[in-house]
Design a protein around this ligand. Structure first.
Ligand code: FES
Ligand code: FES
Length: 165
C-alpha cells in the first residue's frame, strides 16, 4: 500500500518551498529529485561518508540519513547556496587557491561541513577542525589540502571576503 503524501514547508537556500512528498523519502531525495539540487551526492547511503552533507538549521547533517519530513518548518542550506551575487563563498575561494577542490563527490559535503563548523566556531584549532571533518571521507586523494584551505579562511578571513566569483 502506498503511503499518503504529506505537505511540507521548507526554506531551501533562503527560498520558501511547499512540497507534497512521499513520506519515506530522504532529505537527499528531496533535494536531488524534487528540487534539482544535485550538489549533495549519494555515495555510501549509510551515514558514513559525508558526501551528502547539507546544513539544517545551522547544523551539518548527512541528508541520506534524514527523512524529508523531518525538515518540515526548517531551513536547509546546500552547496548551491554558497556563492552569492557573483561572489564565491570564502571557503570556495580558499579551496581553489589551495588546490583543495577534489572530486565532485566529496567536495560539496566538505564545504558544507566546513561552513557549519566555522559559523559555530570561527577560530578552530587544526585538531578541532580535523576532528569535526572526520565524517567527510575521501576514498582517493587525501585530507591535507582542504584542511589547509579551511584553516586559512579561519585565520585570514580578510584574504577571501571581497573576492569575485
Ligand atoms: S551518502 Fe550520506 S553519508 Fe554517505
Ligand atoms: S572522494 Fe573525492 S577526492 Fe577522494
Amino acid at each position: 500500500m502506498e503511503l499518503a503524501k504529506k505537505l511540507i514547508k521548507v526554506a531551501v537556500n533562503g527560498e520558501s518551498r511547499e512540497l507534497w512528498i512521499k513520506q519515506n523519502i530522504t532529505l537527499l531525495d528531496l533535494l536531488r529529485d524534487y528540487l534539482g539540487l544535485t550538489g549533495a551526492k549519494l555515495a555510501c547511503i549509510s551515514n558514513s561518508c559525508g558526501a551528502c552533507t547539507v546544513i539544517v538549521d545551522d547544523m551539518a547533517v548527512k541528508s541520506c540519513s534524514v527523512l524529508a519530513m523531518q525538515v518540515d518548518g526548517k531551513e536547509v542550506f546546500t552547496v548551491e547556496g554558497l556563492a552569492k551575487d557573483n561572489k564565491l563563498h570564502p571557503l570556495q575561494q580558499a579551496f581553489i587557491e589551495h588546490v583543495a577542490f577534489q572530486c565532485g563527490f566529496c567536495t560539496p559535503g566538505k564545504l558544507m561541513s566546513a561552513k557549519a563548523l566555522l559559523d559555530e566556531n570561527p577560530n578552530p584549532t587544526e585538531e578541532e577542525l580535523r576532528r569535526d571533518m572526520e565524517g567527510n571521507l575521501c576514498r582517493c586523494t587525501g585530507y591535507k589540502k582542504y584542511i589547509e584551505a579551511i584553516m586559512d579562511v579561519a585565520q585570514h578571513p580578510e584574504k577571501y571576503s571581497a573576492k569575485e566569483g
